[in-house]
Design a protein around this ligand. Structure first.
Ligand code: MG
Length: 158
């Protein structure tokens, strides 16, 4: 049995000294406005995983109105989701992410981010794909006012 899921997340950006993507701290001129650590990569991926098993979404499990998730480490949250999926009899087979942003440039940090995501999920590196696209200066992402991520994943029954 295999199950497929997709997820999406977007957050506002403001001036700052760096952002966390896929558990990797990337120094840059932005910070993410968020209740948790604002890791849009892990947020979109969590939604893909939850979606694949029709378990709901990240807002259901970790409401941003709940003070216990203020500044939450998304790596901890996604480990909880992995466990939840394991309890349902499924584990991640592979995942594919697309990051939409103008800055930071993803190319130079892509491999480090893949390793980070693979480590958090305890997956072999060749099961983790991270791609990136700019928005050609279009819209809020193009103005560097936001950053978005699309995620797909495949889950396999074990
Ligand atoms: Mg989010």
């Amino acid at each position: 049995m295999i199950r497929i899921g997709q997820g999406f997340d977007i957050h506002r950006l403001e001036g700052g000294d760096g952002i966390t993507l896929g558990g990797l701290w990337i120094p840059c001129g932005h910070r993410v406005l968020a209740h948790s650590d604002g890791d849009v990569v892990l947020h979109a991926l969590m939604d893909a995983m939850l979606g694949s098993l029709a378990l709901g979404d990240i807002g259901h499990f970790f409401p941003d109105t709940d003070p216990q998730y203020k500044g939450a480490d998304s790596a901890d949250l996604i480990r909880y989701v992995v466990k939840k999926c394991l309890n349902q009899g499924y584990s991640l087979s592979n995942l594919d992410l697309t990051i939409l942003c103008e800055r930071p440039k993803i190319g130079p940090v892509r491999e480090a981010m893949r390793r980070c995501v693979a480590d958090v999920l305890e997956l072999p590196l060749d099961r983790v794909s991270i791609k990136a696209s700019t928005m050609e200066k279009i819209g809020s992402i193009g103005r560097e006012d936001s950053i978005a991520v699309m995620a797909s994943c495949l889950m396999r029954a074990h």
